[in-house]
Design a protein around this ligand. Structure first.
Ligand code: ADP
Length: 256
């Protein structure tokens, strides 16, 4: 620990005891914050080190054997290109995370739900040639920030696409106080014990299943930060082998 707890000797009775207690509580909070920050930097460095190492070793191979051997050159350059884009993506995400901690510029407005969701779905459809099916049950409007909500949905839709092979559903429903948007996939699902950790930075469900998607474990941490800024609650339901659904509950206007 970087902060030593300070036990102020108690002479004057209750008041000093209280000050002492408050002081120790503050120090504990600070220490917790500091530890989290430290962990973040160490995780980020570790995650960036992997692609750098791969790029380094392929560059050496390229220099050593790439001039005489076309196949070696091809393989090396391909690996370097892949790892560079992975690193690029990760750096963008890290910047996004850092931004999340500050206050975003938020502009709440009435959004017409069906056209909004249809636009998001068709963008995903064009990018990934996969069916994204929108079903708006009841609510016609939602009160939120269009840009941020879109960014949040893109993260969830991108995951739904990455971890499944079939169509993805986007469903809008409403309760008395909330408009809810559910992103449902019929993919690999998430083991129950991992669900509480999904929104932590760099957290990925381990195993072979994840290797081919080459993610960073930052998407849901960013989504969580964005949801917080918009007053949105997120809920996850999942069954292994059947699929997952992520639900966003957006407070109705006037209940922000
Ligand atoms: P990543 O870049 O790894 O996708 P995320 O933070 O977006 O990072 O997600 C964290 C982990 O949660 C993923 O690595 C994956 O294991 C799991 N996950 C997220 N969304 C889904 C989903 N729709 N289906 C199955 N697993 C998911």
């Amino acid at each position: 620990g970087k902060y030593e707890k300070m036990d102020i000797p108690v002479k004057g009775g209750d008041e000093l005891t209280n000050i002492n207690r408050t002081f120790n509580m503050m120090m504990e909070k600070l220490e917790q914050h500091y530890r989290k920050q430290e962990e973040f930097v160490s995780n980020a460095s570790h995650e960036l080190k992997t692609p750098i190492t791969v790029i380094e070793s392929y560059t050496k191979l390229l220099l050593r054997r790439g001039f005489d051997n076309r196949e070696v050159a091809q393989e090396s350059l391909l690996a370097i290109a892949n790892e560079s884009s992975r690193m690029h993506e990760m750096v963008l995400q890290l910047l996004e995370l850092a931004k999340n901690n500050e206050h975003l510029d938020i502009h709440f407005e009435q959004l017409e739900l069906a056209p909004f969701l249809n636009k998001v779905a068709s963008q995903m459809q064009h990018a990934y040639h996969r069916a994204f099916i929108v079903d708006v049950k009841k609510p016609s409007f939602v009160y939120s920030d269009e840009k941020i909500l879109k960014q949040l949905l893109f993260i969830l839709l991108d995951n739904a696409r990455k971890y499944s092979e079939d169509e993805v559903h986007i469903l809008a429903t409403e309760t008395a106080n909330h408009v809810c948007i559910t992103i449902q996939d019929f993919g690999i699902g998430i083991p129950a014990e991992h669900i509480p950790h999904l929104f932590e930075r760099f957290y990925r469900v381990t195993g072979d299943r994840n290797r081919k998607t080459g993610g960073s474990g930052l998407g849901l941490a960013i989504a969580h930060g964005l949801a917080e800024q918009l007053g949105i609650m997120m809920d996850v339901k999942s069954t292994i082998g059947e699929g997952s659904s992520f639900t966003l509950c957006i407070p109705k206007e006037g209940q922000q």
